[in-house]
Design a protein. Sequence first.
Length: 500
Amino acid sequence: MADNTRLTTTAGAPVSSNQNSKTVGPRGPVLLEDYQLIEKLAHQNRERIPERVVHAKGWGAHGTLTVTEDVTKYSRAKVFKPGSKTEMLARFSTVAGEQGAADAERDVRGFALKFYTEEGNWDLVGNNTPVFFVGDPYKFPDFIHTQKRHPRTNLRSATAMWDFWSLCPESLHQVTILMSDRGIPTDPTRMNGYGSHTFSLWNDQGERFWVKFHFKTQQGHAHFVNEEAEKVIAKSRESYQEALYGMIEAGDFPKWTMFIQVMPEGEEVQFEEKTGWSAFDLTKVWPHGMYPLIKVGEMELNRNPENYFSEIEQSAFNPSNVVPGIGFSPDKMLQGRLFSYPDAHRYRIGTHYEALEVNKPKCPVAHYHRDGTMPFGLRTNPDAYYEPNSFGGPVEDPSVEEPPHRYAGQVGRYDFRGEADHYSQPRALFELFDKGQRERLCANIAGAMQGVPQFIVDRQLAHFDKVHADYGAGVRKAIAEQPRDDAEASLSTSHSAAAE
Ligand code: NDP
Ligand code: HEM
C-alpha cells in the first residue's frame, strides 16, 4: 500500500480500524486505552478557533496581480515592476455578522488582499467603500458594539446603531453608501475594493507621495434591493460562497482594474486649505477631479482554496504588512489598525501565525523571534540566536530605510468632529444618485430605523437635512409611508427609557 493511502496516527503509526472502537465484548463498554477514539474526539473538540471579532463571515480565493503600467516614478516596490505578476490571496467578508451569518445582508464588505511580493508580503486590508464610519481608532470598539448584539436581548439593535451614528456625524458619508444600492452587492465580484486610507509610496530618490488604492470591478456593479436579498437569504445563506467558488471552478475568473490616486508630499496643505478636508481623514475621499485615477494593472482571482479553513479562515491580513516602497500616513485610523491586526492574529491563531502556509511569505524569511507555540519551519543558525553576532546570522539592510516622515506638532487629544465638514461629500454622493436611487436610499433608511426612539430619529434627520434638503425630506416621507412593523419596533427599543 502506498504510504499516502495508509491511514496513520498523528505520530505516523498505521491504524488497523477507523470504524469500530475497542470494547469489552461486542456491546461495550469502551476502553480508555482506545487512544485513537480518544484522539479523534479530542481533536474534534479543538476544531474551532475563535472567529474574527469583526468580518467573521468570509469568502476567498487565490489569484494574480499583473502590473500593466509604469508607476515606478512613485514607488520602488518590486510589486510595481512593469509587466510583473505577483501571486495574491483575496478574502471578502461582511463586517457585523457571525461566521454563520447570511451572505446577502446589508453591510459593508471587507476587501482584504495579500500580495506575496519578492520583498515580503504586502497586505491591503480594505473595504468595498472608500470611507469609514469613524475617524478615530478610539471609537472603533464602540462603533462595532453598536453593530453586534445587545447585551440583554442578544439581538441586533437599530436603536444602538442610529444613536451612535446620530451622535457621530462623521459617519454620514459611510451610512449613505451603506444604505444606498451598493449596500448589498449581488456577490463579491460585483463590487469595487478600496484601500480607503491614505497610504504612501516612496521611490528610489527618496521622494514620498500620498496614495489611495482603488480596485474597480470588471464584472460591473450589481446589487440587490432589500426584497431581492430577502428572497436570496430565504433560499441560501451562502450565496456569495456559491457565486465566487462557482465562477472560479467554471474558469470564469473575476477581475478588477487596479488604480491609484497620487498626491505629492506637501500638497496635503494646499488640499486642506482649498477643500477644508484633511487628506488623511478616512471619512473623506479625494475627489477624482482633483486626483484622477492612474491605472496600475489588473487583479484576477483564478484558484479556489483546497482547504477553506487553512487557506481562508486562518489567513491573517495586517495593514502593517508593507514592503519597501510602500509606507503609512498620519491617518489616525490607519495608525490604530497597525497595532490591532497583528494583536488579533496572535490571539486568534497563535504566535507564529505568519509561519502558516497561507500567510508565509514566498521569499526568504530570517528573523530572531524564538520559540512559542508552533514555530513551524523556523530554521535558524543555532549559534546566531541573538543579534549582533559573529556567527553569520541575518543582518539589517539600510538600503531599504524609507525616507523620514516630516511630523511636528503638539501632543494632545484633538477633537476633529466639532468644526469638520461632514456634509459636503455625502452631498456630492447624494447628487450623483438619480430619482430611483434616492428613493431606495430613503426607503432603506426608513426601514432600518423601525422602532428607533423619535428623539434619535430626529437627531439623525437633522444631519440628513444638512446634507441636502431632499435627503431629509425623502427619509421623512419614507418613514411616514412605510408600514409599521410592531414586532421589529418593540425589539429595537431594547434600551432603557433612562437614555431618553
Ligand atoms: P466622481 O463623479 O468622479 O466619482 C463618483 C464615484 O462614485 C465613482 O467612483 C463611482 O464609482 C462612485 N459611486 C457611484 N455610485 C455609488 C454608490 N451608490 N456608492 C458609492 N459610490 C458610488 O466624483 P468625486 O470623485 O468628486 O466624488 C463624489 C462622491 O462620489 C464622493 O463624495 C464619494 O461619496 C463618492 N465616491 C468617490 C470616490 C473617490 O475616490 N473620489 C470613490 C467612490 C465613491 P464607480 O466608478 O465604480 O461607479
Ligand atoms: C478585520 C480591527 C478598521 C477592514 C478586523 C479584525 C480586527 C479589526 C481586530 C479581525 C482580524 C482577525 O481576527 O483576523 C479594526 C480596527 C479598526 C478597523 C481597530 C479601526 C481603528 C477597518 C477599516 C477597514 C477594515 C477602516 C477597511 C478600510 C477590515 C477587513 C477585515 C478586518 C477587510 C477582515 C480581514 C480578513 O479578511 O481577514 N479589523 N478594523 N477595518 N477589518 Fe478592521
